[in-house]
Design a binder for this molecule. Structure first.
Ligand SMILES: *Cc1c(COP(=O)(O)O)cnc(C)c1O
Ligand SMILES: [Zn+2]
Length: 492
């Protein structure tokens, strides 16, 4: 829609100019640091950062209704910079000039309702919000759009020099980082560090295809993380892991979109999200809290985190009912089909603890919960969902398995509407489906295929090679196999 056709009072606000005053705020000691420095942990105490807009009070001066109306109208504006996560520009990173924003089609992913059969089987109606429909096929693009847009702004400053963007990854972070860095071209070089043999061929193909330098080391994700942290401490590199608070800001858009989808009425709603490094659940909680701060929403939805038994440090932490006795202990992970969430020492755990406290203070003790599921439940749930028209990956299956566990534990009532995070596209993790169908899971996964969910291609051999007879024979074979009835001709 053309600017002149928008309501007159909104026109001056549709295309925002930078107004924020953002700083890195240390979660532990409270110190603030300039965002033009390449910092990822506090130089004083090594605490994690959150990005804070020191001028955020200006946003609260306007009523919630103003923001709701602005964001709803802005959807009709055809300006690429504001088409993706930056539709919510004022909430995400209002210091980045629009010219520096990179838009590759991220965000505004569909929220797809479970059909009647699936809802009946699970025991409640629900939605999948398909973040696999982002450009690199996972939710990581939301955060990278913010982090790389900021980097794009930074490298244009005089004397910035050429920056190396680096990340450790369970696969999807590197795919996303490499894609956005490739779009930036010469200005930013990119390298990714992966645990050898622990990412899927699809996830490995993505950064290779984007032209990133792909480095592998023995071990698991947590080992890669230590190496990139050592690099970020000692060299001029931009760390694109979820320590990077710009990514968290970008990922908040997931919460904003859910709110907008429900016309900002989040009464009796819940969001179910798999937890790995805990960046996503951090962003989702922070996003809803920010909407609540600005009176854009009145109700906070319930937040339900899900972990596999094979990588469950966050579940274990919250399993201790007595808050004063909770102690966070990293765990040694076991192989998991939810490979992107197979993390024993989540980087964002301090953020989660803090935000969950604030969240439960506002929305009640039961408003944040973490459930645990088995590898078997993850696989079965993924296949069940996809047999009903979804494109859930194993982590999306983990969300559904978590919903089922929560219903059973009565952590969620049947009149609440859950939105399940389908964090990546099914095709990225296709090898696990293959293992299920072929019954070839190594024993440590503890997955036994159920015949009802298995599916295999069936090869038909023609009984003759004569071209026309061959076609007829194959058609007859298929008709017999599928029990087709012969075409009846109606007389007029
Ligand atoms: C990264 C990732 C996760 C885990 O998210 P965190 O922010 O690390 O908790 C889950 N699913 C997929 C597909 C991912 O790529
Ligand atoms: Zn500090």
């Amino acid at each position: 829609m053309k600017i002149a056709e928008f309501p007159e009072d909104l026109r001056p606000h549709l295309i925002p100019a930078p107004t924020g005053d953002m700083v890195y705020r240390c979660l532990e000691c409270g110190a603030e640091f300039d965002i033009t420095e390449l910092l990822y942990t506090c130089p004083q105490c090594r605490g994690l950062f959150l990005l804070e807009d020191r001028a955020a009070a200006r946003l609260a001066e306007r009523p919630g209704a103003f923001w709701r109306r602005l964001f709803d109208y802005r959807r009709m504006l055809n300006l690429p910079a504001l088409k993706g996560i930056f539709l919510y520009y004022e909430l995400i990173a209002p210091v980045i000039p629009l010219d520096d924003i990179i838009y590759l089609g991220e965000g505004h992913t569909p929220q797809v309702a479970a059909n009647e059969q699936l809802a009946a089987e699970v025991g409640a109606p629900f939605y999948f919000k398909n973040d696999g429909q982002n450009p690199s096929a996972s939710f990581k693009d939301r955060g990278m759009a913010a982090a790389l847009s900021y980097l794009n702004f930074l490298v244009r400053q005089p004397g910035a020099g050429r920056i190396l963007a680096i990340c450790a990854s369970t696969g999807d972070t590197s795919a996303s980082a490499a894609l956005y860095a490739a779009y930036l071209g010469e200005k930013v070089a990119s390298a990714v560090l992966l645990p050898h043999g622990k990412v899927t061929p699809q996830q490995l193909a993505q950064p290779l295809g984007s032209g990133a330098k792909v480095l592998e080391i023995p071990g698991v994700f947590d080992d890669c993380m230590k190496v990139v942290e050592a690099l970020a401490d000692n060299y001029q590199v931009a760390l694109l892991n979820s320590k990077n608070p710009w990514r968290i800001r970008g990922q908040e858009s997931y919460a904003y979109e859910i709110a907008q989808w429900f016309d900002y009425d989040l009464t009796k709603k819940a969001v179910v999200v798999p937890i790995g490094n805990a960046g996503n659940i951090t962003a989702i909680m922070q996003g809803f809290l920010r909407l609540h701060d600005l009176n854009i929403i009145e109700q906070l939805p319930r937040i339900l985190g899900v972990q596999s038994r094979h990588a469950d440090p966050v579940f274990r932490y919250y399993a201790e009912a007595d808050k004063s006795k909770r102690i966070f202990r990293p765990v040694a992970v076991q192989p998991s089909v939810a490979q992107a969430a197979m993390i024993g020492n989540p980087v964002s755990m301090p953020r989660v603890i803090r935000l969950a406290e604030e969240y439960t203070r506002r929305a009640g003790e039961q408003s944040v919960a973490v459930v645990q599921v088995t590898e078997q439940e993850i696989m079965d749930s993924m296949l069940l969902a996809n047999r009903h028209g979804h494109i859930a990956c194993t982590q999306g299956g983990e969300s559904l398995a978590g919903l089922r566990a929560a219903l059973q534990l009565k952590l969620l009532s049947r009149n609440e509407v859950p939105v399940l995070d389908a964090t990546a596209h099914h095709l990225k993790f296709i090898g696990f489906q293959q293992m299920y169908f072929e019954n070839s899971f190594p024993p440590e996964f503890e997955v036994t295929p159920k015949a009802e969910y298995q599916n295999r291609p069936q090869l038909l051999t023609p009984k003759t090679e004569a071209p026309e007879a061959k076609t007829a024979d194959l058609a007859a074979q298929i008709a017999a196999l599928l029990g087709l009835t012969p075409k009846t001709r109606f007389k007029r």
